[in-house]
Design a protein around this ligand. Structure first.
Ligand code: NIG
Ligand code: FE
Length: 410
C-alpha cells in the first residue's frame, strides 16, 4: 500500500542513510524540511522532500497542513514487564525514606521480584501489553525491555518469554535484555558468589539456548553488583553473543563505565553521578551514554550532566527507564521536555537524543530513529503546533495527533 503525506508544516529529523548516531556539537542541528511531503510504501519510507517536487500519484493522501511529522521516539531503556506497582514506596519516600533505605528494608527490586514470582505468565503478559500500548500511543516506535524482576531461573525466563510474546504480537521493534544481575535475592544475601554462579552457569546458557535476549545488563552499583561482579558477568555473556547495556553511576561512581567500555558496551545508562574521568573514559569508544531524566525527577536525585557530556564531544541518548520503582512512567514526550528544562539540552539536542541516538542504543539505527529512505515508516503526526520547540515547551500537554507504525495508524 502506498500513502502520501502532503503539506507537512515541517518534516523533522531527515537524515541520509548510514547516519548511526549524532555526537557533540552536531547534536545542536536537527535537519528538517519545511512544507514537505513524505511517501511511504508497504511500511517503509520511500521518498520525501519539498512540496515543490511532490510526486503526482494516485494513492491514499493525508493532508498535514499545520502539523509536523517526526520519527517515533526510540526508548532504549525500559523495564515494562513487571507485576503490580510500588505505590506504597512512593508514599514512604514522600514521608522521608530514601530509595536506598527502602531497598535495604527489603522493598525495592526485591518487592517487585516477589510480586512477579507470584504472577502467572498470562497475567504478566496482559499487564505488560497494556503498558506497551500506552507508550506506543505516546509516540514510542521502538523499545528495549529488560528482565530483572524475576531473580530465579523460572521467573527470569517467564519475563523473557513475555517479552518474546510482545515481540510476536506487536509490530514495533522490541529488543530484549537479560538483567538477572539486578539485585541479590534474599536467599543469596550471604552468598553473592552463589547467585553470580547461578546467573553464569544456569540462567545464561538457558537464555542463549532459547534465544531470549540480545543484550546483557548488570546493575553495577554500591550494594548491588561490584565492578568485579560486572566484569565476570559481562565476560560470561560475551561467549553467548550478548551485547552489554549497563546500569552505571546512578548513585555512586565505582568504575562501572570503565568496565562497560572495556567490554565494548553498546550503552551505559543512568550516569547521574559523573566525574570528568568518567566522561573521559567514554571518549573514543562506541558506547552510547544514556540519560534517564524522569528517573531523576521521580527520585529527586541529580540529573545526568548532559552539557558536560555533549560539550566533551560525546553523543547522548534519552530513554524513560519505565519501571515500578524509580520511574513509573513511559512518556518520552515528558523525557524530552525534562531534558530541556532540567538538563539544559536544546530542543534539537533532546530530539536527536530521543530518536536517532536512542535507535543506536538498541542497535536499530538502520531501521528507525530518523526520516530516511528505506527505514521503517514509524512516525508521529503532531497536532497543529507553531514549531518543534513547542513539544518540550508545552510539557505535560499531549501534542500527538497520530502515531504510525510500519506505515499504519495505531
Ligand atoms: O533503572 N537502578 C536499577 N534499576 C531500576 C530501578 C529498579 C527498581 O527500583 O525497581 C532503574 O532505576
Ligand atoms: Fe533501569
Amino acid at each position: 500500500m502506498t500513502t502520501l503525506l502532503v503539506n507537512i508544516k515541517e518534516l523533522i529529523q531527515v537524515r541520509k542513510p548510514g547516519t548511526k548516531k549524532i555526537s557533540g556539537i552536531e547534536m545542536k542541528t536537527l535537519p528538517t524540511i519545511k512544507k514537505a511531503f513524505l511517501l511511504i510504501k508497504n511500511g517503509f519510507i520511500i521518498d520525501f522532500g519539498s512540496m515543490d517536487s511532490v510526486p503526482k500519484l494516485a494513492c491514499k493522501k493525508i493532508d498535514c497542513t499545520g502539523k509536523m511529522v517526526l520519527p517515533t521516539w526510540c526508548d532504549s531503556h525500559t523495564h515494562i514487564v513487571f507485576a503490580g506497582n510500588r505505590e506504597q514506596e512512593f508514599v514512604d519516600r514522600i514521608n522521608g525514606l530514601t530509595y536506598e533505605q527502602i531497598a535495604k528494608n527489603g522493598g525495592g527490586i526485591l518487592n517487585s521480584a516477589k510480586k512477579l514470582q507470584n504472577t502467572n505468565e498470562i497475567d504478566l503478559y496482559e499487564q505488560s501489553a497494556k503498558r506497551l500500548e500506552e507508550i506506543m500511543a505516546l509516540g514510542t516506535g521502538a523499545v528495549e525491555i529488560k528482565s530483572g524482576y524475576g531473580l530465579t531461573i523460572d521467573a527470569e525466563l517467564k519475563m523473557l518469554k513475555v517479552i518474546k510474546r510482545l515481540k510476536e504480537n506487536y509490530r514495533i521493534p522490541i529488543k530484549a535484555t537479560f538483567l538477572g544481575a539486578h539485585a541479590f535475592p534474599s536467599k543469596f544475601k550471604d552468598n553473592k558468589e552463589g547467585y553470580i554462579n547461578l546467573i553464569i552457569n544456569e540462567m545464561l546458557p538457558k537464555i542463549a539456548q532459547e534465544n531470549l535476549a540480545e543484550f546483557i545488563d548488570v546493575f553495577c552499583e554500591t550494594g548491588y553488583f561490584s565492578v568485579e561482579d560486572t566484569n565476570k558477568i559481562l565476560s560470561a555473556a560475551k561467549s553467548y553473543g550478548l551485547i552489554p547495556k549497563v546500569h552505571v553511576n546512578q548513585f555512586n561512581t565505582i568504575g562501572g563505565i570503565q568496565v562497560s567500555v572495556k567490554h565494548k558496551a553498546l550503552s551505559v545508562d543512568h550516569l547521574e553521578v559523573m566525574t570528568s574521568e568518567d566522561i573521559n573514559s567514554l571518549k573514543g569508544s562506541d558506547t552510547m551514554p544514556v540519560a534517564l531524566p524522569s528517573c531523576s525527577y521521580f527520585l529527586s536525585i541529580p540529573y545526568t550532566p548532559a552539557r558536560a557530556i555533549i560539550e566533551s564531544g560525546l553523543p547522548l541518548a534519552l530513554a524513560t527507564d519505565f519501571n515500578p520503582g524509580s520511574t513509573p512512567s513511559g512518556n518520552m514526550n515528558f523525557v524530552v521536555a525534562t531534558a530541556c528544562i532540567k538538563m539544559k539540552m536544546t530542543p534539537e539536542e533532546a530530539i536527536n537524543a530521543a530518536t536517532i541516538n536512542g535507535a543506536y542504543a538498541m542497535n536499530l539505527s538502520e531501521e528507525v530513529g530518523s526520516i530516511t529512505k528505506g527505514k521503517k515508516a514509524n512516525f508521529i503526526i503532531t497536532k497543529e503546533i507553531p514549531s518543534y520547540g513547542f513539544i518540550p515547551y508545552s510539557f505535560g500537554s499531549n501534542l500527538i495527533e497520530d502515531v504510525y507504525i510500519d506505515g499504519e495508524k495505531i
